[in-house]
Design a protein around this ligand. Structure first.
Ligand code: DAT
Ligand code: MG
Length: 162
């Protein structure tokens, strides 16, 4: 796979959706030049067999944090409303995406980053982004079926890359 086809998993968390930040987040990634290749809105409902996603999804997604004291509240927060799950593609999108998000704790996030500009508390930090190419691949396969992702050449490609 070409390095221009690197992909990351970005999710607007329930607070980001409720606070009307979906468009702002998409705008920032679009205007940077990254390409949207998958997107869906879903609510992870705990203890609801009929839901499109289950508690298991969040437990897998945050498996590395399962021993942390804040884990139960993190799962409750992430399932408290709809999230917008997206896959963005482009050269260096994983690392650059993390820079665009800002530090995990908004108190430490630089102004100009999404968390730096739009939130205050670590428990309501608006957005998720994969922290490595490997975790991006794992998270994308957790949240999306291969058939839900698209491949296409952006008409802006030649104006973004050389
Ligand atoms: P990030 O989301 O920047 O990758 P992470 O993977 O370490 O950060 O943690 C995942 C989420 O868990 C984070 O976005 C918010 C929550 N979280 C992390 N540390 C926390 C803490 N000390 N208290 C409360 N929530 C925390
Ligand atoms: Mg993380």
């Amino acid at each position: 796979m070409s390095d221009l086809e690197e992909r990351t998993f970005i999710a607007i968390k329930p607070d980001g959706v409720q606070r009307g930040l979906i468009g702002e987040v998409i705008k920032r990634f679009e205007q940077k030049g990254f390409k949207l290749v998958g997107m869906k809105m879903l609510q992870v409902r705990i203890c609801n067999q009929l839901s499109p996603a289950s508690q298991e999804l969040l437990h897998n997604h945050y498996a590395d944090l399962s021993t942390k004291g804040f884990f139960p509240s993190l799962i409750a927060y992430m399932s408290s409303g709809p999230v917008v799950a997206m896959v963005w593609e482009g050269k260096g999108v994983v690392k650059t995406g993390r820079v665009m998000l800002g530090a995990t704790n908004p108190a430490d996030s630089a102004p100009g980053t999404i968390r730096g500009d739009y939130c205050i508390h670590v428990g309501k930090n608006v957005i998720h982004g994969s922290d490595s190419v490997e975790s991006a691949e794992q998270e994308i396969s957790l949240w999306f079926q291969p058939s839900e992702l698209v491949s296409y050449k952006s008409c802006a490609f030649n104006w973004l890359y050389e």
